[in-house]
Design a binder for this molecule. Structure first.
Ligand code: FAD
Length: 383
């Protein structure tokens, strides 16, 4: 068993680290404060091959392995968690399903500009009545000659307000004998007539990543933009989320690492009772526990990325474990990070409170922690 990163993985880690240190970390607090989508940063990341890391070069990507992808999202999120999710969504939830299920026309037309950073994508599954219960879709797509006509609405969609392309999940056959065969996936141009952006959410954290609703009113989508076959939509959505969870788990790692680094640094600056607070065993124990949990989370995240890379059929169970554990670890570490900062950690003068707000979402999106436990338990009990 080899736990060392290979040369390519080290190369992307160093490259992203440098980018984050020079360009992203210095403006992360500002992105959070203004709630501003980091357009320029996303464009630059696109030029550096970060928007389609594991996509073959033939389709505009960087053709790197899934561990490299996880490392890149981790390092970006270490600087700015909002940028981390923007990158994760484009890579995992948009490029990946087109790569896995798209035909050559779809790869040429949609994947290539998405993976090379010329366009940005979003993934539209959630609806007001279909959150954890993703099968309860109300958005419909009705075949009409060479088109499908889509009507309905989606909410909480990351990147939607900035996106050029959306993967949209909709019901195509409400009478299907199996409900899981009732829905399909489509590649939709966000500039299509009838697509509009609704409410932009005012969120607790990841404030630079816009999350909003999308309304579809008689949107005409060419039939050749159906992804896979009719009835494949649920399978596409679920397998896409299996991979997406690696990105969110990596985002959680980055937030947690930043919270730990800041706490250690602060403990070396702050004096109480005439000594630095890191000299108190109580503070040391907190930091030791934070560091141990973080390392355990990292092992799970990299393992799940590796299993996806080698196409292990059970990688989805591991990505659920990785997301569950890394997300809860990020919240734990960010909470302790505030504790180590004392009252100052509760103010906006230090990034500890931003890490705390950013960490929280990793326990919710792409399946809540409870849904990850369902996925894990189901795999335990299936035989
Ligand atoms: C900032 C943000 C960005 C997002 N980005 C996207 C995106 O890009 N694309 C997209 O499609 N969606 C996105 N989402 C939606 C997200 O995936 C859902 O919010 C999430 O899946 C939970 O759904 P819900 O909010 O409807 O909660 P609900 O499903 O209503 O859950 C409420 C509570 O009930 C629990 N619960 C539900 N069912 C069960 C069960 N069977 N057993 C035990 N407990 C259960 C949940 O764990 C949770 O604690 C985003 C959400 C947010 C907040």
């Amino acid at each position: 068993m080899d736990f060392t990163l290979n040369e390519n993985q080290k190369m992307i880690q160093n490259m992203v680290k440098r980018f984050v240190k020079d360009k992203l970390a210095p403006i992360a607090a500002d992105i959070d404060k203004k709630g501003e989508f980091p357009k320029k940063i996303v464009k630059e990341l696109g030029k550096q091959g970060i928007m389609g890391i594991s996509v073959p070069s033939q389709w505009g990507g960087s053709e790197m392995d899934v561990v490299s992808y996880a490392i890149a999202v981790e390092e970006i999120s270490r600087g700015c968690a909002s940028t981390g999710v923007i990158v994760s969504v484009n890579n995992s939830l948009v490029c990946d399903p087109i790569l896995q299920y798209g035909n050559d026309y779809q790869k040429e037309e949609f994947l290539t500009p998405l993976a090379s950073g010329k366009k940005l994508g979003c993934f539209a599954l959630t609806e007001p009545g279909a959150g954890s219960d993703a099968l309860n879709q109300k958005t419909v797509a009705v075949k009409d000659g060479d088109y499908y006509i889509i009507n309905g609405s989606k909410n909480f969609i990351t990147n939607a307000s900035e996106a050029d392309i959306a993967i949209v999940i909709a019901v195509t056959d409400k009478n299907a004998t199996k409900k899981s065969r009732s829905i399909s996936a489509f590649i939709v141009d966000m500039k299509s007539e009838g697509v509009s952006i609704g409410k932009i959410e005012d969120k607790l954290g990841i404030k630079g990543a816009s999350s909003c609703s999308i309304i579809f009113e008689d949107v005409k989508v060419p039939a050749n933009q159906l992804l896979g076959n009719e009835g494949d939509g649920f399978k596409i959505a679920m397998t896409t989320l299996d991979g997406g969870r690696i990105g969110i788990a990596a985002q959680a790692l980055g937030i947690a690492q930043s919270a730990l680094d800041d706490a250690v640094a602060y403990s070396k600056e702050r004096k109480q009772f005439n000594q630095y607070i890191h000299e108190f065993q109580g503070i040391q124990f907190m930091m030791a526990e934070m560091s141990t949990k973080l390392e355990a989370a990292r092992l799970l995240v990299y393992k799940s990325a590796y299993l996806k890379e080698i196409k292990d059929p059970n990688y989805g169970t591991f990505s659920a474990m990785a997301k569950l554990y890394a997300a809860e670890t990020a919240s734990f570490i960010a909470t302790k990070g505030i504790q180590i900062h004392g009252g100052y950690g509760y103010t906006k003068d230090y990034p500890a409170e931003r890490h705390f707000r950013d960490a929280r979402i990793t326990e919710i999106y792409e399946g809540t922690s409870e849904i990850q436990k369902i996925v894990i338990a189901r795999s335990l009990l299936k035989n």
